[in-house]
Write a protein that binds this ligand. Structure first.
Ligand code: NCD
Length: 283
């Protein structure tokens, strides 16, 4: 079964094909894809809050002619003590693929033993979020015209951010990419100015307060004064939602691409769904 629980479930060849396909979907240069997933149903099971991921999966599926069904996990039989595996096995009786977001970390390559439909991880606790990372890399590729030789600085709660975990894995697939992770922006051992000036992108994340106590670090605040430290071509990325770490006053700077990430999520998820669900679809 073709589950997508981690970036490790994708070959580098498939990753490249997904990025190229997402670009074609965005340009609208793919004929006949309006009905590609006609007759297929995607189930969305979200046990944690979501705005962008759930809406972009819905839109991606509908753009390909497929149907979407959503189970509110907070009002499902999970509340009566049903196990996640039983819920997935049940949903698999009605759907052709399942998108799951839940608080526990999943094991790469391992859906529930006898699940006979593909399972797509839309965020597993502090584990991974592979479709967000593909969206982030697509956005980087779009602006930098390459997926290799990139330096990306990760700021914020990098330890517990699943989008960071997946993107670091994904960047590691391509030559000469450098990922610099810092939990605390005021780390004195770090030559902050040089790194910010020369990085291809700064990737911000919020404190994952729902995952327990935060570390006692000085709070990150990326505002206009921080923007001044960046190189002219250094992008500012954020998977959103943001809290205090990114000041909305910087949104109009052309280097800030967080809403591009939001938009690109649809095309990337179209490519993922086509890859996983379509029969006879050549990328
Ligand atoms: C992220 C997530 O849910 O992991 N959001 C997203 O899907 N774009 C980021 C976060 O919650 O901090």
């Amino acid at each position: 079964m073709r589950h997508l629980l981690s970036i490790d479930d994708l070959t580098t060849e498939t990753i490249v094909a997904l990025l190229q396909q997402a670009a074609r979907f965005r340009e609208g240069t793919t004929c006949g894809t309006r009905f590609l997933l006609e007759g297929k149903t995607l189930a969305l099971l979200f046990q944690e809050p979501s705005t962008r991921t759930i809406l972009s999966f819905q839109k991606a599926m509908r753009n390909l002619g497929g149907d979407v069904m959503r189970l509110d996990m907070r009002a499902s039989s999970a509340c009566k003590g049903e196990s996640l595996d039983d819920t997935l096995m049940t949903v698999a009786c009605y759907a052709d693929a399942i998108v799951l977001r839940q608080p526990a970390v999943l094991i790469p390559g391992n859906g529930p033993v006898s699940l006979n439909v593909p399972l797509i991880n839309a965020g597993d606790g502090a584990g991974e979020h592979p479709t967000q990372a593909l969206t982030d890399l697509f956005t980087l590729m779009d602006r930098k015209q390459r997926v290799e030789g990139l330096t990306v600085v990760f700021l914020g709660d990098t330890k517990r951010s699943r989008t960071v975990h997946s993107l670091v894995r994904l960047l590691g697939r391509f030559p000469n990419n450098r990922c610099l992770l810092r939990h605390d922006f005021q780390d004195h051992e770090w030559d902050e100015d040089t790194i910010l000036r020369t990085a291809d992108a700064v990737y911000l994340t919020r404190q994952q307060q729902e995952r327990g106590e935060t570390e006692p670090t000085s709070p990150l605040r990326f505002d206009r004064s921080m923007l001044k430290k960046l190189g002219k071509e250094t992008l500012v990325m954020h998977p959103l939602p943001r809290n205090h770490e990114m000041d909305p006053e910087i949104d109009d700077d052309p280097r800030c691409v967080h809403f591009d990430q939001v938009k690109n999520g649809v095309h990337v998820r179209m490519a993922v769904l086509a890859h996983i669900m379509a029969t006879n679809f050549e990328q």
